[in-house]
Design a protein around this ligand. Sequence first.
Ligand code: BGC
Length: 722
Amino acid sequence: MSYKFVRVAQVLLFISLAYTSNAQAPKGPSANAKIDALIKKMTLEEKVTMIHASSSFTSGGVPRLGIPELVTSDGPHAVRAEHGRDWELDKNVYDSGTYLPVGTCLAATWNTKLGYDFGSVLGSEANFRGKDVILGPGINIIRSPLNGRNFEYQSEDPYLVSRMVVGYIKGVQDQGISACVKHYAANNLEKNRNTVDVNMSERALREIYLPGFKAAVTEAGVNTLMGSYNKFRGQWATQNHYLMNQVLKKEWGFKGLVMSDWGAVHNTMEALWNGCDIEMGTDLSMLPKPNYGKFFMGDTVLQLVRSGRLDESIINEKVRRILYVMYKTNMIDGQRKKGAYNTKAHQQTALKVAEEGIVLLKNDNKLLPLSSTVKSIAVIGYNAERKQGMGGGSSQAKAFYEVTPLEGIKYVGGNKVNITYSPGYKIERGATADRSMIRQAVEAASKADVAVIVGGWTHGYNYSVWSDNAYDAEDVDKPNMTMPFGQDELITAVLKANPKTVVVLMGGGPIDMTQWVNNTPAILQAWYPGMEGGNALARILFGQVNPSGKLPMTFMKTLADAPSEKIGITTKDTQRLYYTDDIYVGYRYFDTYKVEPQFAFGHGLSYTTFDYSGLKVQGGKNKATVTFTVKNTGNVAGAEVAQVYVNQPKSTLPRPEKELKAFEKVMLQPGQQKTVTLTLNEDAFQYYNDGLNKWVLEPGAFNIMIGGSSRAIKLNGKVTLK
Ligand code: BGC
């Protein structure tokens, strides 16, 4: 193709993108006209300043025209501490804020209202701290249990992600702050994130990896989106024509701006053409005197436009999107909310999310809640006294305070219970079980009525962002699913000394429990539960709170069972990754291939019991309505997440054994019952046929399955769609 032809075609594409994306006025024609007028007044240099970083967390502004810098902050579960403009730490600033539970804990609440509250806290604290954009939510699909960043994300299931993400984003943006959904797309492992080229079928992309992002754009109206580090089908994701221009901006009509992940742009032309609006990153090479003009979307752009090799309209389109977001969030001409910091209400949200997100995995003989006859508890395990907030990488949270599990147990247990503590293991990668530490723990356990071991994964150490001992962290993947630091031996020994042992696991996902799971009466999954996590956990242990969290991901027995390992490829250090597990991610794999998980997707116990009855399924035109009753048949109030799964037994392309398509969290007093009515729209029945390259609804019979987890189906129905 001739150079001229390419130029004309590219300019036409940009005009069409600007049109389809409607990337102009947030507030009708006047804002639109204001944006036009501003762009007209700007020099080329000023425009280019706006499309790249001006410091580690800002992009450029134009003071002459009243255009401020865009100030970003991580994300996703706190407003991050100040880092100066270029990582020279600011001292004496008030930057210890509300530390919310991590993404997996939020998703485990299955409570969309809490998603909104969570976002509101972030929006409000961002306002207080003078930030314009919160770099969250992170919503990459949890495909492999090894991904070090799963804790920041939400689920293996695209429907659950989509429901939680809308609340989060609206919560942030109703405070007048922009959310930034990340990392688009297919950044499902960390170790090779800067080099790996991810390939997958169009069906897997559409059915599994994109729905959360689509909901963020089309339902929540997210203002900004971050492109990921990896390549996708041979082209860097941040500058990927298909992902950015075609799908995000054209198909979904995204109106806001795309920013790169930090340092994710790799060349100028591709980034400019393929939808990246702001290149973010830190100019580390030039510190302490950074030169952001050196960025790919910096001075080179000036030369390209001046020499006629690049049409200025392409830069205008990016500036227009940035100004759109600025007008929408009152950064220009407007009044911003003041926000609030460290309020009781924010801390209560942190508590509530932890209380509803901690999952009771096992509870034999009703060991929990601890009865009033329990007079002594041996608390064991390093995670009981460890503060977690600063772990994990860019999502580190400098907390106003953080209640550890040990503190929570002491506080809620009060002085009627005698509590001892022994760490039980050392946090040291590769360390085997320390005999004398195990001996101490065993001795304490044998003298106590109950032992509570708080262990699991680790999340950074000693307030450093990354460390050798971080398993749940950015830039890190787990080597396997084996419990680190000799914890298997510790738990086995403690169980022998005191069979009344509760195991509490921290971490972003599953750990291999096969050595002790059968002998352990009670197990809780506590994720990283935020600043109020210790209180939430203790309130659950002592029965002040009835657990209602449900796993947002399958807990497989061993790594060998994980579909990413078994039918996909994960652990090979390969630069080109093919997701051969395709759409069979999480329970879609376990249920279709009949592999027994340790704990199923959607699983989570309560201190009460629930009964399901009276299913009615009514078919309509391309949709169905399901009605059923949930009753609390126990003695305490509790909440049940009723889950609706759909299956199509006969279809042109094979479909999973079940797929989550609706859910509702129902709060019930003892003996109370509620009738739940949920609508299954067209998309609940469709799948993506990549032979035809479109979503299809193939008429026929569909099975409807309802229950308390993907493996605890209580009601079965059918509907036939014509
Ligand atoms: C992470 C992003 C984060 C950014 C800024 C990157 O390394 O991948 O999630 O928002 O840094 O801290």
